[in-house]
Write a protein of this length. Structure first.
Length: 150
């Protein structure tokens, strides 16, 4: 009979990461990224060129470069920003990442200390998943549910 894991047991990133991960190349346009974020109901996209992690793009990155609707920007100019801007101009380069075998504690510490929203999970040079703050909350909930009552 399988017993419920204890909160004190070491948990790995692999147990809680989202996989497979949706990614884009750095040559993709902001329009592609925006549509992907909306369709996938995600907030972070690893940017991968030639199989290697080169950046991370978040919904906040896109918001940061989007003109305010309060400015006098025509619809055509507004749309042109999304159609003409490649992801590499907006992404965070050389993002922090973590191994799937790292402890959940190590991932939480890195997310917290560096104020990150996610960590790409890299194994043998390849992105195999992503772990986000939301994934960490889910992990916490599972561990609390599994904790023996006092």
């Amino acid at each position: 009979m399988k017993r419920a894991p204890l909160m004190s047991e070491v948990r790995s990133v692999r147990q809680f990461m989202a996989s497979p991960v949706t990614s884009l190349p750095s040559s993709a346009r902001l329009l592609d990224a925006g549509l992907l974020l909306r369709a996938g109901r995600i907030r972070h996209i690893p940017i991968i060129d030639d199989g290697q992690l080169v950046g991370i793009l978040s919904d906040r990155d896109i918001q940061r470069c989007t003109p305010s609707m309060l400015t006098r920007v025509s619809a055509e100019e507004y749309n042109a920003i999304f159609e003409d801007t490649p992801v590499w101009k907006v992404m965070t380069r050389e993002p922090q990442h973590i191994s799937p075998d790292a402890s959940l504690h190590a991932a939480a510490a890195l997310l917290h200390s560096d104020k990150l929203g996610c960590l790409p999970v890299v194994e043998n040079g390849q992105v195999i998943g992503i772990i986000t703050k939301d994934d960490m909350l889910g992990a916490l909930m599972r561990m609390l549910d599994d904790a023996p009552a006092k």
